[in-house]
Design a protein around this ligand. Structure first.
Ligand SMILES: [Zn+2]
Length: 431
């Protein structure tokens, strides 16, 4: 076979049965061929045998919502620490948020960001742009669509940049992620204690915001991220809007919010809402489950709850929670793949090259030992704690392969891969 650099024997779930496959990987890190069974090899191929009775190989996980920080916020997290945390949890592609310092909302900063990711990221990488300050900057960004995966709208943009948002939605044919809360609720002081912030910032906000954006949308692919209202998946489906949620909203409730380690935006919901969101997840209603990995320094998280920053460091937690649901038989195998692999790829518009173990796809895999158990403890994120410490999980990530290279192996990040930069053009910028 021409141009093959690497061969993997893997064991994966096809339908409901475990099947061995031989995967030939080309020198660009894409799958050149897939054959049933373990093919006897002739020639000098580098072979990785990932088959064993305990191991299952899945397509590499994709997280479309994470904050890897870096730049002037490196004390919270940087691209190397955040992407190490990601790859140690089975992620092979992460899409990063623009609310860094400096803000990622113009061509110069996006370009700097992409170059930094190429050098330091252990996973394939995409970045969103924030809403810039002027139409001129937005038009400049439109001419560099190969640098980013989409745009991100924050609550504070909704009124202050409303005309620009309308302009964006009328011109841009790509992905627009929305943190859908109304700014007047976000900015008002909490009238209650930390655990009851959800009363001050009601989750029906997200329905209002999405309806409003839908009514002015022209060409964009709207996506509601970290949804906390249980009717949103139904509502969004009717409007042809995709939607995700995070484990913070279906495993924690307001009763569990004791300190800043579990302070999140949107706030952690009441117990009944948490149960309904979990029901939605197990019923397959979301298009993806994201981490919304939002690390802060331990010092910041120890401040008074009124001033400490919101966000949980979730990238070392999210996939483990979903794998646990799968291992316990609560989450169907197809839904595990939908939430972590094919769904995110479809939202990004890269479903023909990511999120599947087929010919022509990125050769990125996650190898899981489903019999292993563990207790959540962050190893790579600078946040130190996630708010989920001590939670028992089932199914451990043993190896993570990014573009045909074993990057994570048995507890260690061992190699910097040739990081690909993903763009909103459904194509891939060379690494
Ligand atoms: Zn976020």
């Amino acid at each position: 076979m021409k141009d093959v650099c690497n061969v993997f024997y893997i064991r994966t779930l096809l339908g409901s049965s475990l099947t061995d496959l031989t995967i030939y990987v080309d020198c660009r890190g894409f799958i050149a061929e897939v054959k049933l069974g373990k093919e006897p090899l002739i020639g000098g191929y580098r072979v990785n045998d990932l088959t064993s009775s305990k191991l299952i190989t899945l397509p590499g996980f994709i997280d479309i919502h994470a904050h890897l920080r870096d730049f002037e916020l490196s004390y919270k997290e940087d691209l190397a620490s955040g992407s190490s945390a990601a790859v140690s949890s089975g992620y092979t592609l992460v899409c990063d948020m623009p609310n860094t310092r400096p803000y990622i909302d113009n061509v110069e900063v996006v370009r700097r960001r992409v170059e930094l990711a190429r050098k330091h990221s252990y996973v394939d990488y995409g970045v969103y742009c924030g809403i810039p300050r002027s139409e001129k900057v937005l038009n400049e960004l439109f001419t560099h669509r190969d640098l980013y995966v989409g745009f991100k709208i924050y609550p504070e943009d909704i009124w202050s940049k409303y005309d620009l948002i309308k302009y964006l939605l009328s011109k841009y044919e790509g992905l627009v992620l929305v943190h859908a809360e109304l700014p007047e609720y976000v900015s008002r002081d909490s009238m209650h204690d930390l655990s009851l912030r959800y009363i001050d910032r009601p989750s029906w906000n997200e329905l209002t915001v999405m309806k409003m954006l839908y009514s002015v949308n022209g060409k964009a692919k709207l996506h509601l991220t970290h949804s906390t209202h249980p009717t949103s998946p139904y509502y969004c489906r009717r409007l042809n809007i995709t939607v995700d949620t995070t484990p913070a909203y279906f495993t924690l409730s307001s009763d569990d919010v004791m300190d800043c380690w579990r302070k999140a935006n949107p706030p952690i919901p009441d117990p009944a809402t948490r149960t309904l969101i979990l029901h939605n997840v197990l019923s397959g209603l979301y298009d993806a489950v994201v981490s919304d990995h939002a690390p802060h320094s331990p010092y910041e998280k120890r401040l008074d709850w009124r001033v400490c920053p919101s966000g949980l460091a979730m990238i070392e937690v999210t996939s483990r929670i979903l794998i646990t649901l799968f291992a316990k038989g609560l989450l169907d195998h197809k839904l595990l793949l939908k939430y972590l692999c094919s769904g995110p790829a479809r939202i990004l518009g890269i479903e023909s090259s990511f999120g599947c173990l087929s010919k022509g796809y990125r050769a990125s895999f996650t190898v899981i030992d489903i019999s292993k158990e563990g207790v959540i403890k962050l190893r790579y994120s600078r946040a130190g704690k996630s708010g989920f410490e001590g939670l028992r999980y089932r199914g451990e990530v043993i190896k993570t392969v990014v573009g045909g290279e074993v990057v994570y192996d048995s507890g260690e990040v061992i190699l910097k891969p040739n990081t690909l930069i993903i763009s909103g053009l459904a194509n891939v910028v060379k690494g």
